[in-house]
Design a protein around this ligand. Structure first.
Ligand code: ACM
Length: 717
């Protein structure tokens, strides 16, 4: 019987909640009370308290979801629950403003503090199901929990039998966040709303929306229209984009987009109805190149860039500290605050290179006049000024941990991303902090090895790695720990062009994050969490949410074994070094799925360990030319360049290490735009026995550079 088949048998589902338990093969059930004393529930995140009770209640077609007619917010929760159940169980429940009888009841408690801001109580008894909460967020989360109880297995059942139980639930941490980078790649408003729904189902409640950066400005600001007219558009990197001419302009087609204020208002309202606060991120003083392209008077140099760049990395461009620039930023924040009603405004503050400040006499003069020590202190002064402005408008400033350099700005909340040391410094100084450390909570890192995974950073951070993150830094006292207000995972999108792949990067890891933020530490249990995952993945499938599916099947870390004995995808080879290791999409084709390469930006070089070379007489390499669109400062001097012998460089196979004898040297063809892949085949110096092979390309220029996609050893026929 397939899992789907099992889904038809309402009761059996419930009892077989854990993946490891084989569902009993019983006949389709009318309705029988659950015989087991402690059924498992695939609730994610796990609730604070759950007790089973005697009896059961059957939810069937037409069961009412009752709410107080005068309470429109409860009515919306009822409709939301009915919609989820319809979509995932194909069962129609009936929202109703009439209270009474055997039904699901949403009960708002008269004391708004009775269950805290987000807490609720859920009772399943033979007489009915009651969700009680003092506030709408609690009713909403109670409804989500009830929906999860009704989707222990998805599918079509005419009724769902729920065992008696009492859940008393409230979150461990107040800030349970995700960051979406809509700059490096743009996502549609529809995608963002769908993501908000998916977050809400995990009881996540903050979406930090990364809206401005070097590669684009994505938020309409009416007072400064060039921010989006100019700053939202760029020519993608790579040869294919250069040949993709826009007939309207006769120039390469531009990539980009922005969110109008109307769209933003809709998204913010949509999120609020799902208990999600959107925290807008307006980067300063660095990550400012797109704004500077739009308004060059914001720059700290006389000749700022004239076009939005498609490079990744840390740019030198930084806002100057003229009064006009502060007025600009305050105007931008004024429009931003009008759109985003939440308490927090994120001002970035990360990775601000200070070279331009150092080289600018007017800025040096300003440092001197204010009596500051150096450029770090200037950044602190800059951020503190923005903090005062936000405070005067009853908002709170939050920034990345670099804003601690040069002195912590008053009242600032810190997002700790360079590990958790920023959080420890902030909490010890009495500042609130959100834990968002790289690499483990950076969901642009891949979650499994092997070919077939979408592109991302090459580092692996599995579901289990995320689950193992401890949100209670041992270096803090209990009192200091109260300043750790939450956890957040970030999905940066330099290497995630497709929207589906953003979802794939997020799910199911967002479920692990949600459990860190919501569930009591005492219930932290990987085996138990993992056992609840198959149902959670089924819910994703039922609601058409793209997600990583195979992770539970192939174990925590392993790539599937290669199936082709003498062929390796780059993802099945080892990188010689992992300095800037990426699993990166090729620049062509522009439409559809481009090939994905595992490579290292500083040293594109691969090892095939322990391969039997006996009988191999030729070798085939499939390779693509990737744009070198990385701003990596002085690290560019570390890029390994091997001298060429032919115009487009050669593919080389070396024996037993990259300085070993060359077994094959194949001149690369001049690449065409086409699929982005070029193939070469040639002689391979015969060897016997098992060896390591090293593969490299020679190159004359930094940009573009060859990257290996697939290599095949061909035995003599
Ligand atoms: C960051 O990853 N630069 C916050």
């Amino acid at each position: 019987m397939t899992r789907r088949g099992i889904a038809a048998f309402g009761l059996a589902l419930l009892l077989a909640a854990c993946a490891q338990i084989n569902p009993p093969s019983i006949a389709p059930v009318a309705v029988v009370p659950p015989p087991r004393p402690t059924p498992s529930f695939s609730l994610v995140p796990w609730p604070a308290h759950l007790e089973t009770r005697p009896g059961y209640f059957v939810v069937g077609e037409g069961t009412a979801i009752q709410y107080d007619r005068g309470d429109a917010a409860s009515g919306r929760v009822a409709t939301y629950l009915a919609d989820l159940v319809r979509r995932s169980r194909h069962l129609s429940l009936a929202p109703s403003g009439k209270v009474g009888g055997h039904a699901i009841l949403l009960r708002r408690l008269s004391d708004p503090d009775a269950t805290g801001k987000e807490g609720y109580r859920l009772d399943v008894t033979p007489d009915g199901i009651t969700i009680s909460a003092g506030q709408t967020a609690g009713l909403f989360y109670g409804a989500i929990t009830l929906w999860q109880l009704m989707t222990q297995r998805t599918g079509d059942a005419h009724s769902i039998t729920l065992p008696g139980l009492a859940i008393d639930d409230a979150p461990r941490l107040a800030w349970r966040g995700l960051l979406l980078d809509s700059v490096r790649h743009y996502q549609s408003p529809v995608f963002i709303k769908t993501l908000i729904d998916a977050m809400a189902r995990e009881k996540l409640n903050v979406l930090q929306w990364h809206l401005t950066d070097d590669q684009g400005w994505r938020l309409e600001i009416r007072r400064y229209p060039r921010l989006t007219q100019v700053g939202a558009w760029r020519v993608p990197a790579g040869a294919a984009a250069q040949t993709d001419i826009d007939p309207k302009t006769g120039k390469p087609r531009l990539y980009g987009g922005f969110y109008t204020q109307k769209q933003v208002r809709e998204i913010v309202t949509y999120a609020a109805a799902r208990n999600i606060t959107i925290v807008p991120e307006i980067e300063m003083p660095g990550h400012a190149a797109a704004a500077i392209v739009a308004y060059p008077w914001l720059a700290s140099v006389p000749n700022p860039p004239k076009q939005v760049s498609s490079d990744w990395g840390v740019f030198p461009d930084i806002y100057n500290v003229d009064e006009r620039t502060f007025r600009f930023l305050q105007d931008v924040l004024t429009e931003t605050m009008a759109l985003f009603p939440g308490a927090y405004i994120h001002v970035g503050g990360d990775e601000a290179a200070k070279d331009q400040w150092k080289a600018n006499p007017a800025i040096q003069q300003k440092i001197h006049e204010i009596g500051l020590k150096d450029e770090d202190a200037l950044q602190s002064w800059f951020i503190a000024r923005m903090g005062q402005f936000l405070k005067a408008h009853h908002r709170k400033l939050i920034g990345w941990d670099e804003i601690l350099q040069g002195g912590i700005p008053p009242d600032a909340t810190i997002t700790s991303w360079r590990g958790i040391s920023g959080a420890i410094t902030a909490a010890k100084a009495g500042h609130d902090t959100v834990l968002s450390p790289a690499p483990v909570l950076y969901f642009d890192n891949r979650q499994a090895e092997g070919p077939g995974e979408p592109s991302g950073r090459a580092q692996i951070e599995t579901l289990g790695d995320v689950y193992a993150f401890d949100p209670t830094p041992p270096a803090l006292t209990d009192d200091q720990r109260k300043h750790v207000i939450g956890v957040q995972a970030n999905v940066w999108t330099e290497h995630i062009r497709e929207q589906d792949n953003v979802d794939y990067a997020l799910f199911p890891r967002a479920a692990a994050l949600a459990e860190l933020g919501w569930s009591p530490a005492a219930h932290h249990d990987w085996a138990d969490f993992r056992a609840r995952m198959p149902d959670e993945l089924d819910r994703y499938t039922a609601l058409a949410l793209p997600h990583a599916q195979h992770l539970l099947a192939i174990g925590e870390h392993d790539a599937p074994p290669p199936t082709r004995p003498l062929t390796r995808d780059s993802h099945e080879l080892d990188l010689c070094k992992k300095a800037i290791a990426l699993s990166i999409e090729g620049p062509a084709p522009l439409e559809g799925k481009p090939p994905v390469f595992l490579t290292d930006v500083l040293n594109p070089c691969w090892i095939w360990h322990k391969v039997d070379l006996t009988g191999v007489t030729s070798i085939t390499a499939l390779a693509g030319q990737l744009p070198f669109n990385f701003q990596i400062g002085h690290d560019v001097e570390k890029v390994v360049m091997r001298p060429i012998a032919t115009p487009d460089g050669e593919f080389e196979a070396h024996l037993d290490g990259c300085d070993g004898p060359k077994l094959a040297v194949l001149p690369m063809p001049h690449p065409g735009p086409g699929t982005g892949l070029s193939e070469v085949r040639g002689a391979f110096a015969p060897q016997t026995g098992v060896h390591d092979l090293c593969f490299v390309f020679t190159r004359a220029k930094l940009d573009p550079y060859w990257s290996l996609h697939t290599v095949t050893l061909v035995p003599e026929h």
